[in-house]
Write a protein that binds this ligand. Structure first.
Ligand code: HSE
Length: 305
């Protein structure tokens, strides 16, 4: 029997102006997973946390992606997967993505690394489909590649790993539930051309600013005219958190994925910690429980233990 253990990081998708296209990997929090091959040709899920996620492989994101992967590989074995999640499901920082990506990277090792990173993203997108109803790749791509990634296209899949300077993220996770499928359902199906022009101007300049390490341009580019105006009403104190974070020195930020987490980017760890203090001050005055994280943007994705 062979056994492989991995850590699968949280990710922030959309990054304000890149809905469904842009994302980055955090160093923490992360999920822990161990996979081992078993003779029975099945996927067995063992949850080692208290989140009560399904163990039926057809209803579990790791189960779905591994069933597809083992079938494609025509593997003559099955796998047992032990999952200890630290990224709370529904947090908006890529919890389902971490489960899917950790599972495919670990089992790929049992398959002698026969699948490329791009193929692993393709499998992991099946988990996103189960979790949210949409095959988006903006969490799974950075979870596997690390750093910032741009999803140029999902059909055919085309992932562009981006150059980026040293950056720190501050995340606040209010303990309220926002279902990704519902946060997608409220979005407009059409965008006026004028709005689209403003949006792609910002996305293009954000990608250039990351490559050039131009922090001022990063800051100017993090504007969203399409998604944030609609979704922010789902997140209590969103405008206050954003204003206080920018006053504390953040370059900018917004809703992490489909929320409820809010993220901010900063140039230094000291600023990112000041932003954390500012965020905590606002949420401490509410009745809502919350967690905060400060993390460097991780150049790597899922890593082996
Ligand atoms: N891009 C997706 C959305 C991410 O915002 O709906 C969901 O995690």
């Amino acid at each position: 029997m062979q056994e492989v253990s991995v850590l699968a990081p949280a990710t922030v998708s959309n990054v304000v102006c890149g809905f469904d296209c842009l994302g980055f990997a955090l160093e923490k929090p992360f999920d822990e997973m161990t996979v081992r091959n078993i003779s029975e040709r099945t996927v067995r899920i063992i949850n080692r946390d208290n989140f009560g996620l399904p163990t039926d492989p057809a209803n579990n994101v790791a189960g779905v992606v591994l069933t597809a992967m083992l079938a494609e590989a025509e593997a003559d074995f099955g796998v047992e997967v032990e999952i200890t999640k630290h990224i709370k499901p529904g947090s908006g920082i890529g919890s389902s993505s971490a489960s899917s990506c950790g599972a495919v990277v670990a089992v790929n090792r049992l398959l002698d690394d026969r699948f490329s990173k791009l193929e692993l993203v393709e499998f992991a997108m099946e988990g996103e489909k189960l979790a949210s109803g949409a095959r988006h790749a903006d969490n799974v791509a950075p979870c596997i590649y690390g750093g910032f990634t741009l999803v140029r296209s999902t059909d055919p899949l085309d992932i562009v790993p981006l150059d980026f300077p040293t950056l720190f993220a501050t995340v606040i996770h209010p303990q309220i539930e926002i279902k990704t499928a519902e946060a997608r359902a409220i979005l407009p199906s059409d965008v006026p051309l004028k709005t689209a022009i403003r949006q792609w101007g910002n996305l293009g300049s954000l990608v250039a600013a990351l490559a050039q390490g131009d922090y001022s341009l990063i800051s100017r580019s993090m504007k969203d005219f399409i998604v944030e105006p609609v979704r922010k009403s789902l997140i209590p104190k969103f405008d206050e958190v954003k204003a206080a974070s920018i006053a504390a020195g953040a370059l900018g930020g917004g809703i992490s994925g489909s929320g409820p987490s809010i993220f901010m980017l900063s140039q230094t760890q000291i600023t990112a910690e000041a932003v954390e203090t500012a965020m905590r001050k606002i949420y401490s005055k509410t009745q809502i429980e919350f967690n905060t994280y400060v993390s460097k943007i991780s150049p790597g994705g899922v890593r082996f233990l």
